[in-house]
Ligand binder design. Structure first.
Ligand code: 3AM
Length: 186
């Protein structure tokens, strides 16, 4: 059976707490959705990403069969985790993806090199081929509709000290998606 997998940077407790604070602050803004012109009903409220699901995606792999998973783990038996700090200093609303995320204009080269290597490897082996370049981000809200006018402001940048990469599985449950770690590299 195939499972939906992705490589990600998991977050430590301190970063999780900082992100929860940003989510709480933004929830106030998002709970007043504006109606798009000509619409009769307001949008349903945006969904907050549960703290256990907060992560930074490096490469989405799509549906991976058992044999593809084994081959993937054999290819990535060793994976050098880049020793970098990443500062996420801006908020973005990506209307097509309907998400609000924390992001940055600057990616430390060792991190983009790793993300691109994982994405190239996936595409070369018949897994998901990413259409867009790597832009580090942490999704804070999903199903985001039209926003009140004005920029989204971040009260405090969030700095991640990257020391771990995980291969994660998306497990779909009645209450929503849960991410389960398959393997971590430190
Ligand atoms: O948390 P983010 O949004 O960065 O968006 C999905 C999530 O990343 C992304 O994989 C991560 C774990 O689900 N993802 C899901 N489906 C995708 C797709 N079809 C996708 N990324 C690209 N294409």
């Amino acid at each position: 059976m195939a499972a939906r997998l992705f490589f990600a940077v998991p977050l430590d407790r301190i970063n999780q707490l900082a992100l929860i604070r940003q989510q709480a602050r933004l929830s106030g803004v998002l709970s007043r959705p504006e109606m798009a012109e000509g619409e009769k009903k307001p949008h349903r409220p945006a969904r907050l990403v549960p703290v256990a699901n907060l992560h930074l995606t490096l490469a989405f792999l799509g549906n991976v069969t058992q044999s593809q998973r084994q081959a993937l783990l054999a290819r990535w038996q060793t994976l050098a985790v880049p020793r970098v700090t990443l500062t996420l200093d801006g908020l973005a609303h990506w209307p097509r993806a309907r998400v609000i995320c924390l992001t940055t204009q600057y990616t430390p080269p060792p991190l983009s090199q790793l993300a691109n290597a994982l994405r190239r490897d996936a595409a070369c082996h018949g897994l998901h081929a990413s259409q867009r370049g790597f832009r580090p981000h942490i999704t804070l809200f999903r199903d985001v509709g039209p926003l009140p006018a004005g920029p989204l402001t971040l009260t405090q940048p969030i700095t991640l000290t990257i020391n771990k990469v995980a291969l994660m599985e998306s497990v779909f449950e009645p209450g929503g998606v849960r991410y389960q770690s398959i393997k971590t590299w430190e």
